[in-house]
Ligand binder design. Structure first.
Ligand code: OGA
Ligand code: MN
Length: 281
């Protein structure tokens, strides 16, 4: 196995391995590369849902999928693998997020203990569109202006659970009109990575976020400035998918977003996530 860092800010491609055949030594090497680079790409993989679950489980305990328009967390909870897809069968979506743009986010940070890791496998991809970008929030924090850093450093951010990254209200949730009463979890705006000791910005997603204790107008203005900074292309790597790509990222450090794509084309991705722990500053 060889690890080739991406040009630019973040990420690496791992070549020369079939992930269905990874032994303990390979898993340790993947983990080390993943901690170093934040996001890893493995091309040309051939994975069933069971194969993806088995690969994922070598890195930790699987977290059940989130609630979405495809089902509640409870309904989905006994299956580790879920689908991100715009494909419909018999009028029913087979997965989440449709074909819309997904805004910058870190996964499931509305939980008190958000997943450490997300793993996404491309089974079928559209001819164009649906690229996924990954941005490094350690680099973003390092490059943050002092005044912004001071403004956010000791704050807690509330992470809303009502709405997905494509803006749909999750099943079993009400629409949010007041960010101070949104459901979800609160986390320090800066978090220390429990394995590397490095510190990153940890904002979750822009929509329905609230910097706790601030007047809503002030919180909105500060969040807009922070998100403008986080979205700068210098912190990011944009991945153009091919079928057979497997991507694994560290949610404690990275944010990601997805472009929209033509709804008449098909995109089918398989997803797992690994249990995390409570973020700390
Ligand atoms: C995810 C996600 C983006 C994509 O799996 O968490 O945001 O490319 N997916 O579909
Ligand atoms: Mn996501």
């Amino acid at each position: 196995m060889e690890v080739l860092p991406k040009q630019g800010a973040v990420g690496a491609e791992v070549i020369g391995i079939d992930v269905t055949k990874s032994d303990a030594q390979t898993v340790a090497a993947i983990r080390a590369a993943w901690l170093k680079h934040g996001v890893l790409l493995f091309r040309g993989q051939n994975l069933t849902p069971e194969g993806l679950a088995a690969f994922s489980a070598q890195f930790g305990e699987l977290e059940p999928p989130p609630a979405s328009e495809g089902g509640t967390r409870e309904e989905l909870g006994n299956q580790p693998v879920w689908y991100i897809s715009n494909v419909k069968e018999n009028g029913q979506a087979i997965g989440s997020l449709g074909n819309a743009e997904a805004e910058w986010h870190t996964d499931m940070s509305y939980l008190p203990e958000p997943p450490t890791t997300s793993i996404l496998f491309a089974q079928e991809v559209p001819p164009s569109g649906g690229n996924t970008s990954f941005a490094d929030m350690e680099a973003a924090l390092d490059a943050l202006d002092d005044d912004l850093r001071k403004a956010i450093a000791h704050r807690t951010v509330h992470h809303d659970s009502s709405t997905t990254s494509v803006g749909e209200t999750r099943r079993g949730h009400d629409a949010v009109f007041d960010v101070t009463t949104a459901p979800g979890a609160s986390h320090p705006a800066l978090r220390t990575h429990p394995e590397t000791g490095r510190v990153s910005l940890y904002l979750g997603r822009r929509r329905h976020a609230w910097i706790e204790g601030m007047a809503v107008g002030e919180s909105e203005a500060l969040l807009d400035r922070l998100w403008e900074h986080c979205a700068e292309p210098t912190f990011a790597w944009e991945h153009v998918w091919r079928a057979g790509d497997l991507v694994m990222w560290d949610n404690r450090r990275m944010i990601h977003r997805r472009d929209a794509f033509d709804p008449t084309t098909r995109r089918i991705m398989l997803r797992t996530q690994l249990c995390g722990d409570r973020p700390f500053k």
